[in-house]
Design a protein around this ligand. Sequence first.
Ligand SMILES: C[S@@+](CC[C@H](N)C(=O)[O-])C[C@H]1O[C@@H](n2cnc3c(N)ncnc32)[C@H](O)[C@@H]1O
Length: 237
Amino acid sequence: MSDRAVIWHDIENGSYTADIGLWRELAERAGGPILDLGAGTGRVARALHADGHTVHALDSDAGLLAALSERAPAIPVHAADARRFELEERFALVIAPMQLVQIIGGSPGRAALLERVRVHLAAGGKFAAALADPFEAVAEEDRSPPYPDMLESDGWVFSSQPVWVGEEAGQVIVERRRQAVSPAGSLDEELAPFALDLVSADTLEAEAAAAGLEPVSRHAVPETADHIGSTVIVCRR
Ligand SMILES: C[S@@+](CC[C@H](N)C(=O)[O-])C[C@H]1O[C@@H](n2cnc3c(N)ncnc32)[C@H](O)[C@@H]1O
Protein backbone atom coordinates (compact mmCIF):
# COMPACT_ATOMS: atom_id res chain seq x y z
CA MET A 1 0.00 0.00 0.00
CA SER A 2 1.23 3.53 -0.79
CA ASP A 3 2.38 5.89 1.92
CA ARG A 4 -0.65 6.98 4.00
CA ALA A 5 0.46 10.64 3.97
CA VAL A 6 0.39 10.60 0.16
CA ILE A 7 -3.05 8.98 0.16
CA TRP A 8 -4.55 11.56 2.56
CA HIS A 9 -2.90 14.38 0.60
CA ASP A 10 -4.37 13.09 -2.68
CA ILE A 11 -7.83 12.57 -1.21
CA GLU A 12 -7.97 15.98 0.43
CA ASN A 13 -6.32 18.07 -2.33
CA GLY A 14 -6.16 16.01 -5.52
CA SER A 15 -9.70 16.46 -6.80
CA TYR A 16 -9.73 20.27 -6.51
CA THR A 17 -9.78 21.82 -10.01
CA ALA A 18 -11.49 25.22 -9.62
CA ASP A 19 -8.17 27.11 -9.51
CA ILE A 20 -6.31 25.30 -12.32
CA GLY A 21 -7.55 27.60 -15.11
CA LEU A 22 -6.15 30.64 -13.31
CA TRP A 23 -2.70 29.06 -12.71
CA ARG A 24 -2.63 28.07 -16.41
CA GLU A 25 -3.46 31.62 -17.46
CA LEU A 26 -0.78 33.14 -15.19
CA ALA A 27 1.78 30.57 -16.41
CA GLU A 28 0.97 31.34 -20.04
CA ARG A 29 1.48 35.05 -19.45
CA ALA A 30 4.70 34.54 -17.44
CA GLY A 31 6.63 33.18 -20.43
CA GLY A 32 9.42 31.70 -18.29
CA PRO A 33 10.20 29.14 -15.59
CA ILE A 34 7.75 28.66 -12.74
CA LEU A 35 8.28 27.68 -9.10
CA ASP A 36 5.36 25.94 -7.32
CA LEU A 37 5.70 26.42 -3.54
CA GLY A 38 4.07 23.78 -1.32
CA ALA A 39 3.59 21.67 -4.45
CA GLY A 40 2.63 18.47 -2.61
CA THR A 41 2.12 15.63 -5.08
CA GLY A 42 2.01 18.16 -7.91
CA ARG A 43 -1.67 18.79 -8.57
CA VAL A 44 -0.82 22.22 -10.08
CA ALA A 45 2.82 21.63 -11.11
CA ARG A 46 1.87 18.59 -13.21
CA ALA A 47 -0.91 20.51 -15.00
CA LEU A 48 1.49 23.35 -15.90
CA HIS A 49 4.21 20.88 -16.92
CA ALA A 50 1.69 19.11 -19.17
CA ASP A 51 1.02 22.47 -20.85
CA GLY A 52 4.72 22.63 -21.78
CA HIS A 53 5.97 25.03 -19.07
CA THR A 54 9.23 24.55 -17.16
CA VAL A 55 8.06 24.03 -13.57
CA HIS A 56 10.04 23.39 -10.39
CA ALA A 57 8.22 21.95 -7.36
CA LEU A 58 9.20 22.75 -3.78
CA ASP A 59 7.69 21.22 -0.65
CA SER A 60 8.85 20.56 2.90
CA ASP A 61 7.50 16.98 2.70
CA ALA A 62 9.97 14.77 0.80
CA GLY A 63 7.45 11.88 0.72
CA LEU A 64 4.92 13.95 -1.22
CA LEU A 65 7.65 15.06 -3.65
CA ALA A 66 8.69 11.41 -4.17
CA ALA A 67 5.11 10.67 -5.26
CA LEU A 68 5.22 13.70 -7.58
CA SER A 69 8.47 12.44 -9.14
CA GLU A 70 6.95 9.00 -9.76
CA ARG A 71 4.07 10.65 -11.63
CA ALA A 72 6.08 13.31 -13.50
CA PRO A 73 9.81 12.44 -13.44
CA ALA A 74 10.79 15.46 -15.57
CA ILE A 75 9.73 18.02 -12.94
CA PRO A 76 12.70 19.14 -10.79
CA VAL A 77 11.79 18.83 -7.10
CA HIS A 78 13.27 20.58 -4.07
CA ALA A 79 12.61 19.30 -0.54
CA ALA A 80 12.84 22.51 1.44
CA ASP A 81 10.96 24.90 3.69
CA ALA A 82 9.34 27.74 1.71
CA ARG A 83 10.67 30.17 4.35
CA ARG A 84 14.31 29.12 4.01
CA PHE A 85 15.06 27.81 0.51
CA GLU A 86 17.97 28.73 -1.73
CA LEU A 87 17.89 27.67 -5.40
CA GLU A 88 20.19 28.64 -8.26
CA GLU A 89 17.31 29.28 -10.68
CA ARG A 90 15.43 32.56 -11.04
CA PHE A 91 11.74 32.38 -11.99
CA ALA A 92 9.25 34.37 -14.10
CA LEU A 93 6.43 33.20 -11.80
CA VAL A 94 6.33 31.84 -8.25
CA ILE A 95 2.98 30.42 -7.12
CA ALA A 96 1.59 29.44 -3.71
CA PRO A 97 -1.70 27.60 -4.40
CA MET A 98 -4.22 26.32 -1.84
CA GLN A 99 -3.50 28.70 1.03
CA LEU A 100 0.17 27.85 1.66
CA VAL A 101 0.56 31.43 2.96
CA GLN A 102 -2.02 30.62 5.67
CA ILE A 103 -0.14 27.62 7.09
CA ILE A 104 3.34 29.08 7.19
CA GLY A 105 3.60 30.38 10.76
CA GLY A 106 1.67 33.65 10.78
CA SER A 107 3.09 37.04 9.88
CA PRO A 108 6.78 36.18 10.60
CA GLY A 109 6.48 33.05 8.44
CA ARG A 110 4.89 34.99 5.58
CA ALA A 111 7.61 37.68 5.80
CA ALA A 112 10.32 34.99 5.51
CA LEU A 113 8.52 33.34 2.56
CA LEU A 114 8.02 36.69 0.77
CA GLU A 115 11.71 37.54 1.17
CA ARG A 116 12.69 34.16 -0.36
CA VAL A 117 10.18 34.70 -3.18
CA ARG A 118 11.62 38.13 -4.02
CA VAL A 119 15.17 36.72 -4.16
CA HIS A 120 14.07 33.92 -6.50
CA LEU A 121 12.04 36.09 -8.91
CA ALA A 122 13.65 37.44 -12.05
CA ALA A 123 13.24 41.24 -12.43
CA GLY A 124 9.60 41.85 -13.42
CA GLY A 125 8.66 38.31 -12.33
CA LYS A 126 5.38 37.70 -10.50
CA PHE A 127 4.28 36.04 -7.29
CA ALA A 128 0.72 34.67 -7.02
CA ALA A 129 -0.74 33.35 -3.76
CA ALA A 130 -4.19 31.96 -2.94
CA LEU A 131 -6.06 33.00 0.20
CA ALA A 132 -9.22 31.29 1.41
CA ASP A 133 -12.17 33.68 1.31
CA PRO A 134 -13.38 34.79 4.73
CA PHE A 135 -15.17 31.97 6.47
CA GLU A 136 -18.91 32.66 6.60
CA ALA A 137 -20.64 31.28 9.64
CA VAL A 138 -23.54 29.01 8.71
CA ALA A 139 -26.12 28.15 11.34
CA GLU A 140 -25.61 24.62 12.67
CA GLU A 141 -29.10 23.52 11.55
CA ASP A 142 -28.40 24.73 7.97
CA ARG A 143 -25.17 22.81 7.62
CA SER A 144 -25.10 19.59 5.70
CA PRO A 145 -21.67 17.97 5.65
CA PRO A 146 -20.14 17.68 2.17
CA TYR A 147 -19.82 14.20 0.74
CA PRO A 148 -16.57 12.53 1.79
CA ASP A 149 -13.65 12.46 -0.63
CA MET A 150 -12.79 8.80 -1.28
CA LEU A 151 -10.00 6.74 -2.79
CA GLU A 152 -9.39 3.00 -3.20
CA SER A 153 -5.84 1.63 -3.02
CA ASP A 154 -4.77 -2.05 -2.87
CA GLY A 155 -8.21 -3.14 -1.63
CA TRP A 156 -8.28 -0.48 1.12
CA VAL A 157 -10.96 2.20 0.94
CA PHE A 158 -10.03 5.63 2.31
CA SER A 159 -12.40 8.51 2.95
CA SER A 160 -12.01 11.96 4.43
CA GLN A 161 -14.89 14.25 5.35
CA PRO A 162 -14.88 17.71 6.94
CA VAL A 163 -17.01 17.36 10.07
CA TRP A 164 -16.40 20.66 11.86
CA VAL A 165 -15.29 24.16 10.88
CA GLY A 166 -14.79 26.97 13.38
CA GLU A 167 -12.65 29.93 14.36
CA GLU A 168 -10.17 29.84 17.22
CA ALA A 169 -7.53 32.41 18.13
CA GLY A 170 -7.11 34.00 14.68
CA GLN A 171 -7.30 30.71 12.81
CA VAL A 172 -9.96 28.75 10.95
CA ILE A 173 -9.90 25.15 12.10
CA VAL A 174 -11.23 22.46 9.77
CA GLU A 175 -11.58 19.06 11.38
CA ARG A 176 -11.73 16.06 9.05
CA ARG A 177 -12.78 12.52 9.89
CA ARG A 178 -10.40 10.15 8.14
CA GLN A 179 -11.48 6.52 7.75
CA ALA A 180 -9.55 3.60 6.29
CA VAL A 181 -11.32 0.27 5.72
CA SER A 182 -8.99 -2.70 5.19
CA PRO A 183 -9.66 -5.44 2.58
CA ALA A 184 -10.87 -7.61 5.53
CA GLY A 185 -13.35 -4.92 6.55
CA SER A 186 -11.72 -3.52 9.71
CA LEU A 187 -12.01 0.22 10.25
CA ASP A 188 -9.29 2.71 11.32
CA GLU A 189 -10.62 6.15 12.16
CA GLU A 190 -9.00 9.41 13.26
CA LEU A 191 -9.91 13.08 13.51
CA ALA A 192 -7.43 15.32 11.66
CA PRO A 193 -7.59 19.04 12.51
CA PHE A 194 -6.15 21.51 10.00
CA ALA A 195 -5.59 25.19 10.92
CA LEU A 196 -5.49 28.13 8.50
CA ASP A 197 -4.26 31.55 9.66
CA LEU A 198 -6.85 34.26 9.02
CA VAL A 199 -5.22 36.64 6.53
CA SER A 200 -6.97 39.24 4.38
CA ALA A 201 -5.91 40.14 0.84
CA ASP A 202 -5.17 43.69 2.09
CA THR A 203 -2.83 42.32 4.77
CA LEU A 204 -1.00 39.99 2.39
CA GLU A 205 -0.60 42.79 -0.18
CA ALA A 206 0.80 45.12 2.49
CA GLU A 207 3.23 42.40 3.62
CA ALA A 208 4.25 41.77 0.00
CA ALA A 209 4.84 45.50 -0.57
CA ALA A 210 7.01 45.63 2.57
CA ALA A 211 9.06 42.76 1.08
CA GLY A 212 9.59 44.65 -2.20
CA LEU A 213 6.80 43.07 -4.24
CA GLU A 214 4.28 45.45 -5.82
CA PRO A 215 0.64 44.22 -5.76
CA VAL A 216 -0.78 44.30 -9.31
CA SER A 217 -4.05 42.33 -9.39
CA ARG A 218 -6.53 40.14 -7.56
CA HIS A 219 -8.44 37.20 -9.02
CA ALA A 220 -11.47 35.37 -7.64
CA VAL A 221 -11.66 31.58 -7.65
CA PRO A 222 -15.33 30.76 -7.07
CA GLU A 223 -16.45 28.35 -4.38
CA THR A 224 -17.53 24.85 -5.39
CA ALA A 225 -19.83 22.31 -3.74
CA ASP A 226 -16.83 20.94 -1.80
CA HIS A 227 -14.43 23.88 -1.46
CA ILE A 228 -14.69 27.46 -0.28
CA GLY A 229 -13.75 30.16 -2.77
CA SER A 230 -10.40 31.90 -2.73
CA THR A 231 -8.75 35.12 -3.81
CA VAL A 232 -5.43 34.97 -5.62
CA ILE A 233 -3.27 38.04 -5.20
CA VAL A 234 -0.58 38.75 -7.78
CA CYS A 235 2.49 40.93 -7.08
CA ARG A 236 5.42 41.96 -9.28
CA ARG A 237 9.06 42.17 -8.36
C1 LIG B 1 -2.90 22.21 1.08
S1 LIG B 1 -1.45 21.41 0.46
C2 LIG B 1 -1.45 22.03 -1.21
C3 LIG B 1 -0.69 21.16 -2.17
C4 LIG B 1 -0.65 21.66 -3.61
N1 LIG B 1 -0.06 22.97 -3.72
C5 LIG B 1 -2.04 21.72 -4.21
O1 LIG B 1 -2.50 22.84 -4.45
O2 LIG B 1 -2.64 20.66 -4.43
C6 LIG B 1 -0.15 22.38 1.24
C7 LIG B 1 1.25 21.88 0.92
O3 LIG B 1 2.20 22.77 1.52
C8 LIG B 1 3.27 22.02 2.06
N2 LIG B 1 3.91 22.83 3.11
C9 LIG B 1 3.41 23.13 4.34
N3 LIG B 1 4.29 23.90 5.01
C10 LIG B 1 5.34 24.12 4.17
C11 LIG B 1 6.56 24.83 4.28
N4 LIG B 1 6.86 25.51 5.40
N5 LIG B 1 7.41 24.84 3.25
C12 LIG B 1 7.11 24.16 2.10
N6 LIG B 1 5.98 23.45 1.94
C13 LIG B 1 5.10 23.43 2.94
C14 LIG B 1 2.60 20.74 2.56
O4 LIG B 1 3.53 19.68 2.70
C15 LIG B 1 1.56 20.49 1.47
O5 LIG B 1 2.08 19.71 0.44
